[in-house]
Design a protein around this ligand. Structure first.
Ligand SMILES: C[S@@+](CC[C@H](N)C(=O)[O-])C[C@H]1O[C@@H](n2cnc3c(N)ncnc32)[C@H](O)[C@@H]1O
Length: 252
């Protein structure tokens, strides 16, 4: 039987290469810059699948309350530390087990978390109900283009034959939101990971593929072919992110 993709199930693998990833990428800055203008008037923001808080901590202000939903217990200490203001709330549960009052939040954010949920459709519907009229929904998924996606498309099933990638497409999310009567918008942003050496590039690729780096032995040439080599000899892996957003209509 096929099991679901679960980022947090390989926490040790992820944690070891996560620092390398953060050191090498501008992803969190790029995403924060893309989201920030969309939520500029939002005071209560729910972040579903907040991880270690690397993204949401860039979107805090003194006036804002962040409600971070994150089930992975290993991430909670990092998340709590990043969200160090008293006004914030960390909910250490799966979104499927969380209920907030109807019409109580100004923005909801799903950044690269939809693929990991037990049911992303029901989670979108549930959080839509939490949003106030005029509230903002933001969803981020990887584009079907870019080196990161090419690496995943080509190698994910080789390393995880029983764990399909369940990343919903931007079109699928747009369709669900239009079924809810919303006008939906989308913008695409790109981020880049840089690696000075082949060894660093392989570490990044193993992070993308959620495997221990030694599992790439025998595949190194093939995977490195999917990275780009810049004029100064660095390896570059780019990623495109689809940012889908809507403002909840006052009346449908
Ligand atoms: C790829 S990380 C994204 C982290 C962060 N949003 C970001 O963009 O930097 C996906 C996160 O979703 C969380 N997650 C997995 N299943 C979940 C669920 N059922 N409810 C809420 N979050 C979940 C994982 O633990 C992980 O922290």
């Amino acid at each position: 039987m096929k099991t679901k993709q679960k980022w947090h199930s390989d926490y040790k693998v992820i944690a070891e290469s996560f620092i390398d990833f953060l050191d090498s990428t501008n992803e969190k800055e790029v995403l924060a810059s893309a989201i920030s203008p969309l939520i500029k008037n939002s005071q209560v923001i729910v972040d579903v699948g907040a991880g270690t808080g690397e993204l949401i901590s860039r979107l805090t202000t003194t006036k804002r309350k962040i409600i971070a939903i994150e089930p992975c217990k290993d991430y909670i200490p990092h998340l709590t530390k990043k969200l160090n203001g008293n006004q914030h709330l960390v909910i250490p549960h799966k979104i499927e087990n969380v209920n907030l009052p109807h019409s109580s939040v100004d923005a909801i954010l799903f950044s690269h978390s939809l693929a990991y949920l037990d049911g992303f459709k029901s989670s979108i519907y549930k959080t839509f109900n939490w949003l106030k009229p005029g509230g903002i929904g933001v969803f981020i998924v990887l584009s079907q283009t870019g080196n990161q996606m090419h690496i995943m498309n080509k190698f994910w099933h080789f390393f995880h034959p029983n764990r399909p990638v369940l990343n919903p497409s931007a079109e699928h999310i747009e369709f669900l939101l239009s079924e809810l009567g919303q006008d939906v918008y989308r913008k695409r942003v790109s981020s880049i990971m840089n690696a000075k050496t082949k060894e660093q590039a392989l570490k990044l690729i193993s992070f993308i593929l959620e495997i221990n780096p030694e599992r790439l032995d025998g595949q190194t040439k093939n995977v490195l072919n999917l990275a780009r080599v810049s004029t100064d000899g660095e390896y570059e892996i780019n990623a495109f992110h689809e940012v889908i957003f809507f403002r909840k209509k006052e009346k449908i």
